[in-house]
Design a protein around this ligand. Sequence first.
Ligand code: XCC
Ligand code: SF4
Length: 635
Amino acid sequence: MDTSKRFEKGNGGCPSIQCETNQDVLCQSCASGVVTAAHRVAQRAAEPCLFGKGGTCCRNCNMGPCQIIEGVDQMIGVCGADAATVAARNFARIVAGGSSAHMDHGRGMALAFLATARGETPYEIKDAAKLRATAQRLGIDPADKATTDLAIEVGTLLVNQFGQQEGGLALMKRAPKARQEVWAKLGVAPRGIDREVVELMHRTHMGVDQDAANLLFQAARCALADGWGASMIATELSDVMFGTPVPIRTKVNIGVLKEDEVNVTVHGHEPVVAEALAMAANDPEIVAEAKKVGAKGVNLAGVCCTGNEILMRRGLPIAGSFVQQEVVLATGAVEAMVVDVQCIMQGVSPAAGQFHTRLVTTSEKAKIPGARHIAFDEHRALDSAKEILRQAIAAYPERGKHYIPVHQMDVVAGFSHETITYMLGGRFRGSYKPLNDNIANGRIRGVAAIVGCDNYRVLEEVHIELAKELIANDVLVLVTGCAATGMGRAGLLTPEALSMAGDGLKEVLEAVGCPPVLHMGSCVDNSRILIAATEMVLTGGLGNDISDLPAVGCAPQWMSEKAVAIGQYFVSSGASVIFGPSFPTTGSKVVTDYCFREMENLYGAHWDVAQTSNEFANKMLDHINAKRKALGLDK
Ligand code: XCC
Ligand code: SF4
């Protein structure tokens, strides 16, 4: 990869990749001296460590580190570990790391939900209907129960799933029967949530599990505890508490910052902090304080998945995705960046330090040198939120040289699986039948999920070109995470983008005013895709299992360990997944073959890798066509 290309334009400080907004901001004089991940990629050696990249470098004990080369006898570990063992162990630890992030997030949500049910927080149960539906799914009879009592019962049951030792996860029973049988047969059904991470960490310790396939079974079990456990709990309880998303029009990109308001960006993942800030930002007391310093009010904008959470539910704008977090600060127009957990680059601290920007950490789990810490306590959520906003208001008069770019784009977001049922349901509102029928008759060829991060190591914005190619071929595209934000910047999340869709897809979606690319939320909301896929199976006409559907997923610019956990729970659930630009086991042919081929025999789905948007599109379309053929939909 030629990283010198990144800085060919401008004064040597402005990267010419990924997004013209980034370049625009970084080329301004106020941004000089701000160092972003794009700069650091260029400053480092061009490629990441080759051994680390292929997954065959082990430092699990102090006889190492050992670099292992598959097929070279003297290049095995001091303990005798071969490349397959090490690659499988490393892959498994990535899954454990990613899953644990969602598990801690899910636990946090479940505890906040329980506290809310007990009346100990300022939040409320906004979607009582979803609470009742969730209760029923969990085997709790909602009849004659008051909302708060029911919420306490549901919250208690779900909190207990985390520490559970035996028995299956309650929400896995939502999966198609055939899928549950696959899990039972392979012995990969999780027993509890946390247990599976602990066991995976144990099994990858020096001298424990040394059978690559056996390790990868536990990696699958751990990932399933994420998808059908922690992430699904996080999504469902967030919906019940903060409202199930419905289509909502708003804006994305750095231009959503405002000249005459106190700009507060919320960055990270857990919606509890952002929801409290949103409540506090409209509080008359806070608005009055903002006015006192000459601002019209407080402008709340999201970054990363916190952004997706408040965009989906409140229609608040997103200032930036993962690759834009430092660029948002480089505008010099942000009074405070409030962060909780996950995907917060340490680079935001020096970037904020160049300006009047207050960087505020809120979680005991995530502190950053140079940031001020205001512990967020959900029991006194409003007070914590006000304290944070007051920091931002105090900073407003100190705003110096700054630049807010014009770039912003309209988006329509809020496609929970419930919304999709409703919108595409036609006269069958509340049913996937019309969607299934349109897939069967070929107006819609299939469904593709483009999820995950964006990443400065990737030169092309693969997401956008790929989405265009897929919709042109009548494939309905579902997006989450930072991929969704990128699509938003490119204008793909509006009904107007249907002009780029194929005739069949256009015909179906135009009638209901849906964009061709549906924003389904944050990373934990990938669980919504599991549910949508399940509903498609249960509706009938497209096979008996998720693995029968003409559906495929991808993460073309993955960065976070969470992406690998998500990918593995999709594969284990029967949906094939293509990663790019690299796959973390390629140092071992044995393990890579297992993931790319053997998993197909086990789960009816497999991993794959691709680089360019074209390569992704071809593989995904081939996959959809093959599934259609197997279903007998195409002659
Ligand atoms: Fe993080 Fe979720 Fe990746 Fe974005 S997409 S960089 S994980 S914020 Ni989930
Ligand atoms: Fe080397 Fe084995 Fe120790 Fe890994 S566990 S560092 S391969 S000796």
